[in-house]
Design a protein around this ligand. Structure first.
Ligand code: PMP
Ligand code: GLN
Length: 380
C-alpha cells in the first residue's frame, strides 16, 4: 500500500543518525545531547522506593498533585510567579511531548508559527503535523542575536505562535531582559501565543540570570513555558517534564495531553516530588556545568576549531571554516569516522539550505572524556 506521508521531507533525527554512526565507529560521542555520567544516587533511591512501594498505577491525568505543588513552589522562589498548581501545570513525558501537545492544542491548519532558527528539530514537524506553517527567523553566526524589528516584519494576520528557546540549543545563547520586553511589545494585543522552551533553565553561566518568560506576567497572559527534568537531573532517558501556562491555555493543552499520553509514569513523579524539596539539587547546576564548559574550553586551547562563546546549555559551537571547505554534514561525518569524535552539523537546525560551517559538541561528559576529545580535536 502506498501511504501519503505527513512529513515527506523528514528522515531520522540527526541525533539518532550521529549517535548510531558514533557507536559504529567507536567514536567519542559529543553529538547527541546527554550526560555520559549517571543521575544522582539519592534521586534513584527515591524513585526506586516508590516503585517498590507500589506506586505503579495511573497518576492523575495532569500529574501528581504533590509534584505540581513542589514545581509551583520552585517557580515562586525562582521567578516570583505565583500560579495555581491545580490548573496551571501539567506533567508531561518530557519537553518534546509538552511542545508537541502545546502546538497541537493551539495551531489550526493554515496558522503561521514563527520559529527562531537554528531551531530544535522537533518544532517544525510538530507545527506541520498540526497543519501549521513554520515561518523561520534566521539567526546568523557569529553573534546569533535576535533583531526583534526584523522578526516583527514576519508577523502577519495568520501568525498564531512564536516559539522561543532560552538558553538556546544549539547556539548556546540566552535571551536578555530587553529581548523579552520586545517580544512582549510584539505580542501584546494580538492573537499570538508564545511557546517558551526553557529546558536548559539551570544551565546558565557567568552569573547571568535566566530570563524565564515566567518573570514577565504580561507575557504570561498568553504564553506556555516548557521544562525537562531530563536536563536538570541528568536523566534524559526518564522523559519527564512539565508545561506551565494560564488556566485558559492549560485547559486546551490538557484536552490534547489526555489523548496523547493521558498521564506520565507515577513512581518517577513521586520520586522527583521528594527530591525537589532540596533546591540545592538544581541550584548547583550552573557551577557544575560552567566547570565543564571551561574545562572543555581549556582542552580545546590551540585547536583550529574556533569556539562561539557559550552562555548556556551544555553545547559548544565551533567554526571549522579555517580547516575545511566541506559542508558541515560532511565534516561532522568525517570527524566521527576518521578522527573518532562525533559532532552535530548545525545546518540541520535550519529549514533552508544554510551552512555556516559550524558544528555542535556536547560537553555534558566526564572530564576524562572531554580531555580525550580535546587531545584528538587539537590535532585536526
Ligand atoms: N527542547 C530542547 C531545546 C532540547 O534541547 C530538548 C532536548 N533534548 C528538548 C526540548 C526535549 O526534551 P525532552 O528530552 O525532555 O523531551
Ligand atoms: N536534545 C538533545 C540534543 O539536542 C537530543 C534529543 C534527542 O535525541 N531527541 O542533542
Amino acid at each position: 500500500m502506498q501511504i501519503k506521508s505527513k512529513l515527506p521531507s523528514v528522515g531520522t533525527t540527526i541525533f539518532t543518525v550521529m549517535s548510531n554512526l558514533s557507536n559504529k565507529h567507536g567514536a567519542i560521542n559529543l553529538s547527541q545531547g546527554f550526560p555520559n555520567f549517571d543521575c544522582p544516587e539519592p534521586l534513584k533511591e527515591k524513585v526506586n522506593f516508590y516503585l517498590q512501594q507500589g506506586k505503579n498505577q495511573y497518576a492523575p491525568m495532569p500529574g501528581l498533585p504533590i509534584l505540581r505543588e513542589r514545581i509551583a513552589n520552585k517557580i515562586a522562589d525562582q521567578y516570583h510567579y505565583t500560579l495555581n498548581p491545580e490548573t496551571e501545570i501539567t506533567i508531561t513525558a518530557g519537553a518534546t511531548q509538552a511542545l508537541f501537545t502545546a502546538i497541537n492544542a493551539y495551531i489550526h491548519p493554515g496558522d503561521e508559527v514563527i520559529l527562531i532558527e537554528p531551531a530544535y528539530d522537533s518544532y517544525s514537524p510538530s507545527v506541520k503535523l498540526a497543519g501549521g506553517i513554520p515561518i523561520p527567523y534566521l539567526l546568523k553566526k557569529p553573534d546569533y542575536r535576535v533583531d526583534w524589528n526584523l522578526l516583527k516584519s514576519l508577523v502577519s494576520a495568520k501568525t498564531k505562535m512564536i516559539i522561543i528557546n532560552t538558553p538556546h540549543n544549539p547556539v548556546g545563547k540566552i535571551l536578555k531582559a530587553n529581548d523579552l520586553i520586545q517580544l512582549q511589545e510584539i505580542t501584546q494585543n494580538s492573537e499570538i501565543i508564545v511557546l517558551s522552551d526553557e529546558v536548559y533553565e539551570h544551565l546558565i553561566y557567568d552569573q547571568q540570570e535566566h530570563q524565564s518568560i515566567l518573570r514577565y506576567p504580561d507575557l504570561m497572559t498568553h504564553s506556555i513555558a516548557v521544562y525537562s527534568f531530563g536536563k536538570t537531573f541528568h536523566n534524559t532517558g526518564w522523559k519527564i517534564g512539565y508545561a506551565v501556562g494560564p488556566e485558559y491555555l492549560m485547559k486546551e493543552f490538557r484536552k490534547v495531553h489526555q489523548f496523547n499520553v493521558f498521564t506520565v509514569n507515577s513512581f518517577v513523579q513521586y520520586g522527583i516530588a521528594d527530591y525537589l524539596q532540596d533546591p540545592s539539587t538544581y541550584l548547583s547546576l550552573p557551577a557544575f556545568y560552567q566547570q565543564k564548559r571551561d574545562f572543555f574550553q581549556s582542552c580545546m586551547e590551540g585547536s583550529r576549531l574556533k569556539p562561539i562563546p557559550c552562555e548556556g546549555t551544555y553545547f559548544q559551537l565551533f567554526d571549522f571554516s579555517t580547516i575545511s571547505n566541506e559542508s558541515d554534514f560532511e565534516f561532522a561525518q568525517r570527524m566521527t569516522t576518521e578522527f573518532g569524535v562525533a559532532a552535530i552539523p548545525v545546518s540541520v537546525f535550519y529549514s533552508e539550505a544554510i551552512d555556516e560551517q559550524m558544528i555542535r559538541l556536547c560537553f555534558a561528559k566526564t572530564d576524562d572524556t572531554l580531555e580525550k576529545a580535546g587531545d584528538i580535536l587539537r590535532k585536526i
